[in-house]
Ligand binder design. Structure first.
Ligand code: PPS
Ligand code: ADP
Length: 314
């Protein structure tokens, strides 16, 4: 009896080294990297090309197009060629179904290049984590010009929620650009990628049950909307710090506006690069007239919103 035992990724590979023939029977064996090699029987190859899933049966060829599929644990055993073929056929069906799931996922993203990947579900889910934390995971997305007070608000918010026993995490544009996004510049496509990555990370934090505070200029509406689209309805709370350019420029805590004005920084948001204010966001925080609204007052406005929408309980 020959058996296929696989734990971890199941890979239908193209080569046959390591495949034995035992008497009249064929042997299918999973190698170190999970390659299944088939020899001397009808060879099944699976193609997943774009939207077409094809099952090729080729009596002669020992070449199989590589297919990868996540498999938690697969065990199949057989004593003859028919059993072997049946086992492979059933594995093929699993892969086929998974390819269909993958196809749906692919149509949701324009950037995906990974193929043959399958979502692995966990037994502990968002709901369980939220119960544990007694809160609901969400993303508070703070957008505004440089110097509008995004980082200050993010910290005040995090502190206010921490004092109420709520778990938060800040993803600050400036900070994330020191690590994960250190390869990105400020040209339009790099800003888009910066925002996309932070949006994806924020989504993971929200899924962890955490109140994730993302604070970055995110000057383009379509990039912010793309992040919104990653989350369930209501879980993306866009906060616009509506502070006039003159105020931000007068603050200029890092001296960047000055550098931008004298041409030493090119493409600075608000100076020679655009900022598109939100058209329909959840919260707008303004500095009204000469009366400055303190960061903690602004934070309280956001916390009241979260309270009202039920995010501060499971
Ligand atoms: N060209 C240009 N335009 C705007 N901002 C610039 C630029 N170059 C450097 N900086 C500094 O980078 C911070 C903004 O980073 P973000 O990741 O939030 O920007 S973006 O969302 O990708 O547009 C921003 O920080 P904040 O002041 O906290 O907004 C600036 O300090
Ligand atoms: N609500 C506020 N009222 C007055 N000054 C503020 C307020 N929020 C932030 N500031 C000041 O504005 C400057 C820019 O704030 P910061 O949080 O760094 O903005 P951003 O992250 O948008 O660049 C800092 O000097 C900060 O102390």
């Amino acid at each position: 009896m020959t058996s296929i035992r696989g734990a971890g990724p199941l890979v239908f590979g193209s080569s046959s080294p390591g495949c034995d023939e035992i008497g009249p029977f064929s042997s299918c064996r999973i190698g170190k990297l999970g390659f299944v090699s088939l020899n001397g029987i009808n060879v099944i190859g699976l193609d997943y090309r774009g939207k077409t899933v094809r099952l090729n049966v080729n009596v002669r060829s020992s070449f199989l197009n590589p297919i990868k599929a996540m498999e938690d644990s697969t065990t199949a055993s057989f004593t003859n060629t028919n059993d072997c073929a049946a086992a492979i056929s059933s594995a093929s069906e699993v892969i086929l179904r998974r390819c269909e799931i993958q196809e749906t996922q692919q149509s949701m993203s324009t950037v995906r290049k990974s193929t043959n990947i399958v979502w692995h579900k966990s037994s502990v889910e968002k709901f369980d984590r939220q119960e544990l934390l007694q809160q609901k995971g969400c993303v508070i997305w703070i957008t505004g010009l440089s110097g509008s007070g995004k980082s200050t608000l993010a910290c005040a918010l995090s502190q206010g929620l921490h004092l109420r026993g709520k778990l938060t995490y800040i993803l600050d544009g400036d900070n994330v650009r020191h690590g994960l996004n250190s390869d990105l510049s400020f040209k339009v496509e790099d800003r888009a990628e910066n925002i996309r990555r932070i949006g994806e990370v924020a989504k993971l934090f929200a899924d962890a049950g955490i109140i994730c505070i993302a604070s970055l200029i995110s000057p383009y509406r379509k990039d912010r909307d793309a992040c919104r689209a990653l989350l369930p309805e209501g879980d993306f709370i866009e906060v616009f710090l509506d502070v006039p350019l003159q105020v931000c420029e007068a603050r200029d805590p890092k001296g960047l506006y000055k550098l931008a004005r004298c041409g030493k920084i090119k493409g600075f948001t608000g100076i020679d690069d655009p900022y598109e204010p939100p058209l329909n966001c959840e919260i707008v925080l303004q500095q009204k007239g000469g009366d400055l609204v303190s960061p903690s007052n602004m934070a309280e406005t956001v916390i009241s919103y979260l309270e009202e929408k039920g995010y501060l309980q499971a």
